[in-house]
Design a protein around this ligand. Structure first.
Ligand code: SF4
Length: 214
């Protein structure tokens, strides 16, 4: 039986992406091969509970909420994540996956909404970006840059131009929480005149930014 190692399953408000504000069931999977400098989910690096894919599906369906997000850690570091996503899609759910961009997204179901980081130099993980993922992005997918400083911002804009990313899918620009002042980032975003979208992680403004399960 296919199994996943699960850190937590909980209902909350979707706090970032174009689904911001919707009620959402989060399936946080354990483990991540990266170590971003500003990571806010280090509690999901270890531990967790081995759970069958069918059991995860049943726990999600109990919440009776339309939007479901697989997150981590890195949800694509586990083999059976795509199988769970397909089951959720078959059950009629809107399925999001938040991935760090170092794992192959081509194995995901076509109806999945991919929210993929491209790691900037400030994360110290930018050499782990799997650039071939850009070729398989769909117009309904979203690419997110987390910006720690002006150098990260300049780097992100050069990547957007190089790959014409703003013509492929939605672009999200987030300040690294506690490192980049949102007002400064807002000014930079306006200055680009590009069709890109700045976002804040609203769950960190509603609840304690260090809390688990929000
Ligand atoms: S990819 Fe995500 S979970 Fe992994 S270290 Fe970076 S921010 Fe943390």
């Amino acid at each position: 039986m296919d199994k996943l190692t699960v850190s937590e399953i909980y209902a909350s408000i979707q706090g970032e992406s174009s689904y911001t504000g919707f009620p959402c069931v989060f399936v946080r999977l354990t483990g991540c091969p990266l170590r971003c400098r500003w990571c806010d989910t280090a509690h999901a690096f270890k531990g967790g509970k081995e759970t069958t894919v069918d059991d995860v599906l049943a726990q999600v369906l109990e919440h009776n909420i339309q939007v479901v997000e697989l997150t981590g850690g890195e949800p694509l570091a586990q083999e059976h994540t795509p199988a769970l996503m397909q089951l959720l899609i078959d059950a009629g759910k809107t399925v999001l996956i938040e991935t760090g961009g170092s794992e192959d997204i081509s194995r995901l179901p076509a109806k999945a909404h991919v929210i993929m980081d491209i790691k900037c130099p400030g994360s110290k993980m930018h050499d782990r970006n799997l650039w071939s993922n850009i070729e398989v992005l769909k117009p309904t997918d979203e690419v997110k840059f987390v910006i720690a400083d002006q150098a990260d911002f300049d780097w992100a804009i050069s990547v957007i131009h190089e790959f014409r990313l703003d013509e492929k899918c939605q672009i999200l620009i987030s300040p690294a929480f506690g490192l980049m002042d949102p007002k400064d980032l807002a000014e930079l975003v306006v200055g680009t005149k590009l069709n890109i979208r700045m976002q804040l992680q609203i769950h960190k403004y509603i609840w304690n930014p260090k809390a688990k399960g929000v």
